[in-house]
Design a protein around this ligand. Structure first.
Ligand SMILES: *[C@@H]1O[C@H](CO)[C@@H](O)[C@H](O)[C@H]1NC(C)=O
Length: 189
């Protein structure tokens, strides 16, 4: 009795899930039944090779209090996500390479909110609820129009900071700039 019930359940599961008739979902290509989804590069059905996805975790143990550089966001970056892995007394900070502070510069802590810088708008979040264990984050759609440096104002052990940004295909192939304007030879220095 139990066995036949089990078989019926399995059959039902198969019919409902595995042999689900096509045509129920609409893919990112607007076709019915297409399972296509947009990849990280925004390409429908893509395999994340149409752009360069840069991501990592900064988890160095730091000893000195103060500003520590975490990662550099190059010009042309989109979908920027800097997220502290858990709540801490540390703060994220953001500065343009030309020296302008965008968030939490000069030892002043800004409120969570939207901040303009590097040609885009950053949404700065600091989950404040006692119950929340989420850390701080910066998000921006980009594209950035100059190099930005992400810092951490270090006061206690670093829980790790996840960073991710994307360089669209058009920016991977280096543009034909005259030699004095090539990246890395900034005229600001
Ligand atoms: C940003 O990264 C964090 C950590 O990987 C992730 O939990 C979060 O969903 C990301 N946010 C967006 C908008 O991609």
């Amino acid at each position: 009795m139990f066995v036949s019930y089990l078989i019926l359940t399995l059959l039902y599961f198969q019919t409902a899930v595995l042999a689900r008739p096509e045509g129920e979902s609409i893919g990112c290509d607007d076709y019915l039944g297409s399972d296509k989804v947009a990849d990280k590069c925004g390409i429908c059905g893509g395999d994340n090779t149409g752009c360069k996805v840069v991501s990592g975790v900064f988890k160095h143990t730091l000893t000195n209090l103060g500003y520590h550089k975490i990662v550099e966001i190059p010009e042309g970056a989109i979908k920027i996500n800097i997220t502290e892995m858990s709540k801490s007394n540390n703060y994220l900070a953001l500065r343009s390479r030309s020296g302008r502070s965008i968030i939490n510069g000069n030892w002043a802590i800004d409120r969570p909110g939207r901040y303009e810088g590097g040609g885009t708008t950053f949404t700065y979040k600091r989950p404040n609820e006692i119950s929340s264990t989420a850390g701080e984050s910066f998000l921006a759609d980009g594209p950035t129009d100059e190099i930005l440096d992400v810092y951490m104002i270090h006061q206690q052990p670093n829980p790790g900071i996840l960073y991710e940004y994307i360089i669209p295909e058009a920016n991977i192939i280096s543009p034909q700039l005259p030699p004095h304007r090539r990246p890395g030879k900034s005229s600001l220095l």
